[in-house]
Design a protein around this ligand. Structure first.
Ligand code: ZN
Ligand code: ZN
Length: 176
């Protein structure tokens, strides 16, 4: 049976991931587990940008997927892909792996007071969005849909952590 496996990769809030398991499971109707996996992340560090290369990291996650598994790496590290200054997350359309970062989801990063609830909301939205891509969903224009593309946390805060009707229907079709 295929699974969604969430893998902390230098991520400090594993307790939050544990709480997210049933939420992810209900969104995608798939058993969701937390998994341990150890890899030296320093190999992905780009000293010029002082960030970590998300494309290279995600490549390492792909072979971990068996059959139709989806693998989600979650990190505190600041991620980039060469064409963008930073990313919240990354996934290949219809691929088996996704990667998200909590680095830019914290209010403190923007000079605002810590808000653990908001951080948790953003983290789950980020994960559902990237998993949506991994299941084959593209970006959506429907206001509030989790699959709307977001560049800033403020935009993320306007989204709900759910799929619009179209995206929900498409996901159901993909999953058969
Ligand atoms: Zn996206
Ligand atoms: Zn949508």
């Amino acid at each position: 049976m295929s699974l969604i496996r969430i893998i902390p990769l230098q991520f400090s809030r594993v307790d939050l991931l544990e709480k997210m398991l049933p939420v992810i499971s209900s969104h995608f109707k798939m058993e969701t587990r937390l998994s341990d996996w150890h890899i030296d992340l320093t190999q992905f560090f780009d000293p010029v940008r002082s960030q970590y290369n998300a494309n290279e990291m995600i490549q390492q996650l792909i072979p971990l997927a068996e059959k139709d598994d989806k693998i989600v790496g979650v990190t505190d590290l600041d991620l980039f892909i060469p064409v963008l200054s930073f990313i919240f997350g990354q996934a290949y359309l219809g691929g088996s792996a996704a990667l998200i970062s909590g680095h830019r989801l914290e209010n403190q990063r923007y000079g605002l007071a810590d808000d653990p609830k908001l951080y948790a909301d953003r983290l789950i939205k980020c994960m559902v969005h990237e998993l949506g891509h991994a299941f084959g969903l593209k970006h959506c224009l429907h206001p509030g849909c989790i699959m709307v593309s977001t560049t800033y946390v403020e935009e993320m805060d306007q989204k709900l952590d759910r799929f619009c009707r179209n995206c929900g229907r498409e996901l159901a079709q993909i999953k058969g």
